[in-house]
Design a protein around this ligand. Structure first.
Ligand code: CP
Length: 312
């Protein structure tokens, strides 16, 4: 297979295992490119990409921008807080105004679940979802699964536990879809109040004891508690949360094996993970960030190859 089955990347739910494998193979090539002295290729000189961020971001925004520039695309950036959205402009009007400047692709982060799907039905551009509320964050899941493949040789058959605030996490849902499509076994671990009711319907087991979850897994993906998405209290205190669901060095070292530790960022050091674990040799947190650029180059390159005027 040499092209994606989709014209947009709206969620892992909408793509196939073959799509993921194609993205990984393409990312392997770009990873080699970005480690060369000249880190740039001319592939997307005829493509213009708009990065629309209606919600804060560090890693995803910078990673997409770098990926686009490494591919030689023209890039424009938009942050809602400094835009005419604050004057009441709608999403469709904002995007159509940007597209009238001949933009081919839109990378969008938005607080509303389904914002990317909605946009893809109303505008004539390729859409990449850079995180939509608590719904999906597909490029994060792709770079996470790619990092597991790089570290452990394969994703199929590996046991991955996702720990923490599953209820409010787009990273958890996209990871579950990606890891299952690639043949991994996935469990979630966290307070019952932060586990969504639908979780068993998507064939994910729940473990509420962190030690048991860590003893089972090959990889632990530690998630941040998303206080900004909480309108009520889901656990008594942060201290109690950390005691039950935080990963510290003593717990990590007491396991009878070496597991891989991941975190999508941003980290709340001392809450879901201690600094000595985040910075330990078992942690691949910075490798995840590094792989994000190659994965996003691959996604953009493959979607651009489906745009009619683009000749590569
Ligand atoms: N992992 C992630 O999405 O981080 P940012 O919110 O900083 O983009």
């Amino acid at each position: 297979m040499s092209e994606l089955s989709v014209n947009h990347l709206l969620g892992i739910k909408y793509i196939t295992e073959a799509d993921i494998q194609l993205i990984f193979e393409t990312a392997d090539h770009f990873k080699e490119v970005i480690n060369r002295p000249i880190k740039k290729v001319p592939s997307l000189r005829d493509i213009t990409i708009a990065n629309l961020f209606f919600e804060n971001s560090t890693r995803t925004k910078l990673s997409f921008e770098l990926a686009e520039k490494r591919l030689s695309a023209d890039v424009i950036n938009f942050a809602s807080s400094s835009s005419s959205v604050t004057k009441g402009e709608t999403l469709i009007d904002t995007v159509n105004n940007i597209l009238s400047m001949k933009v081919d692709m839109v990378v969008m982060r938005h607080p509303n679940p389904g914002a990317g799907v909605f946009l893809s039905k109303h505008v004539d551009a390729s859409i990449i979802n850079a995180g939509d509320g608590a719904h999906e964050h597909p490029t994060q899941a792709l770079l996470d699964a790619y990092s597991i493949r790089e570290k452990l040789g394969d994703v199929a058959g590996k046991k991955i536990v996702i720990v923490g605030d599953i209820l409010h996490s787009r990273v958890a849902l996209s990871n579950i879809f990606a890891l299952q499509k690639l043949g991994a076994k996935v469990k979630v671990c966290g307070p019952k109040t932060l586990i969504p009711k639908y979780i068993e319907k998507i064939n994910v087991e729940v473990e509420t004891n962190l030690r048991k979850a860590l003893e089972w897994c090959d990889v632990a993906n530690m998630l941040r508690v998303q206080n900004e998405r909480m309108d009520i209290s889901y656990f008594p205190t942060t201290r109690e949360y950390t005691q039950q669901f935080g990963l510290n060095k003593k717990l990590l070292d007491s396991l009878n094996k070496e597991i891989v530790v991941m975190h999508p960022g941003p980290i709340n050091r001392g809450v879901e993970i201690t600094s000595d674990v985040a910075d330990s040799k078992q942690s691949i947190i910075l490798e995840q960030v590094q792989n994000g650029v190659a994965i996003r180059m691959a996604v953009i390159y493959l979607l651009a190859s489906k745009i009619k005027h683009h000749e590569d």
